[in-house]
Design a binder for this molecule. Structure first.
Ligand code: PLP
Length: 415
């Protein structure tokens, strides 16, 4: 493994922040009491859970910390919301074709084994939804709408606040669940002023450790508990709490809130610098997804006519960590369902790379990637079986650039 590590895979997981680590350590060997115990030793631990619940509530703008239920991860939060449906007469669910598997595999399971009908909304070439189509899809028997706030592959943001309003206007009883795993800590999230009923987050995407997450369940929302057991989490999620993880999640949530401005300014500027640099240096690079409605840390770039896996392997040798939307990288044999839903050409889906930054990314690291990546792409272009297509693409891009320069367009050096 390379000694130098430039970690640009923060949508996969993040480094645990030092504040979270420092705060969780006492709960292993010193304050190891069970928060449900009657004695003070346990009772004291319960106070730390209370604090963490408040910290998470503040990150997502919940009016009451008791609306926050701790889970083991974002996947569990989505399962809890979707599998918790209670009305046997309402068997219609609306979701999108670009959700994370923790939603799509649950809706597929309900379709196959429990008689549910599911509408999967498509997206346009920018990865965006059609709100008219969404409105039309809402029915009297729609039990639940499950929509992600930000897409994990492209970073594209869905207007979930507006969608929740549209949904409740058409069917006031429908439940609205938002998978906010890739939104929390990157853009402002304030559930109390929305019509969102449930919202999931994951610790390891916001600089808390793996193995902890949370779900917001608005007061009065009826769902059947998914994890049956003791009375923990007010009976909504049985099982002795992962105290150290929850304390760390609380601390990470507080830090994430403090860093929101940094995300919107410094992190975004570094992402834009990386993206612009790549587009100006490499003719076969193209950005996938809306560049306007995106979380600040993510860019998904296709290098047409070359293989994403090969790019990742070369980058990995240089210590650069990113991820690919093409086959195999996630143990999945299919190329990205997100990029396919957007109609990205097959030869571009296969060469797609997601770079996702964080508050720990530095400008020097971006410079390093911009220095190293062109050589990797040039090498792979040279061995691509699509030489004719690459040549044609290069000619098209060069004449477009020449035309822009001739017209005095300052963006002539971008693509
Ligand atoms: N939802 C989205 C949008 C994600 O990106 C992920 C993880 O990548 C998840 C849910 C699942 O989160 P976890 O890994 O905590 O189960």
């Amino acid at each position: 493994m390379s000694e130098k590590i430039v970690y640009l895979d923060n949508n996969a997981t993040t480094k645990t922040c030092q504040e979270a680590i420092d705060n969780m350590i006492p709960f292993f060997a010193e304050q190891y009491g069970n928060p449900s115990s009657m004695h003070d030793f346990g009772g004291e631990v319960a106070q730390y859970l209370k604090k963490a619940r408040k910290q998470v509530a503040e990150l997502i703008g919940a009016a009451d910390p008791n609306e926050v239920i701790f889970t083991s991860c974002g996947t569990e939060s989505s399962n809890m919301a979707i599998r918790g449906l209670t009305d046997p007469h309402k068997k219609h669910i609306i979701t999108t074709k670009v959700e994370h598997p923790c939603v799509l595999n649950v809706t597929k399971h309900l379709e196959k084994n429990h008689g549910y009908e599911v509408t999967y909304l498509g997206v346009n070439a920018e990865g965006e939804l059609d709100l008219e189509e969404f409105k039309d899809s809402i029915r009297d028997d729609t039990a639940l709408i499950a929509i992600m706030w930000a897409n994990n592959e492209t970073g594209v943001i869905f207007p979930v606040e507006k969608m929740a309003e549209i949904a409740k206007e058409k069917n006031p009883k429908v439940l609205f669940f938002v998978d906010a795993v890739q939104a929390a800590g990157k853009i402002p999230v304030d559930v109390k002023n929305t019509k969102i009923d449930m919202l999931g987050i994951s610790g390891h995407k916001i600089h808390a450790p793996k193995g902890v997450g949370a779900i917001y369940i608005r007061k009065g929302t009826l769902i059947t508990p998914f994890m049956l057991g003791g009375h923990q989490e007010r009976g909504k999620r049985g099982g002795t709490e992962n105290v150290s993880g929850i304390v760390a999640l609380g601390e990470a949530a507080e830090q994430a809130l403090n860093y929101l401005d940094d995300e919107a300014t410094r992190v975004k500027a570094m992402r834009d610098k990386l993206e612009k640099g790549i587009l100006s240096k490499l003719f076969n690079a193209r950005v996938n997804g809306s560049r306007l409605h995106r979380v600040p840390n993510t860019t998904n770039i296709s290098f047409e006519y070359i293989e994403g896996e090969l790019i990742l392997l070369h980058l990995s040798d240089l210590g650069i960590c990113a991820s690919s939307g093409s086959a195999c990288t996630s143990g999945n044999l299919e190329p990205s369902h997100v990029l396919r839903a957007m109609g990205v050409p097959f030869t571009a889906v296969h060469g797609s790379i997601r770079f996702s930054l964080s508050r720990y990314t530095s400008n020097e690291e971006i410079d390093y990637v911009l220095k190293q990546l062109p050589d990797v792409i040039h090498k792979l272009n040279a061995i691509s079986p699509f030489q004719k297509e690459l040549k044609e693409l290069k000619e098209i891009k060069e004449s477009a650039k020449a035309l822009k320069c001739a017209l005095g367009d300052k963006r002539c050096c971008e693509q």
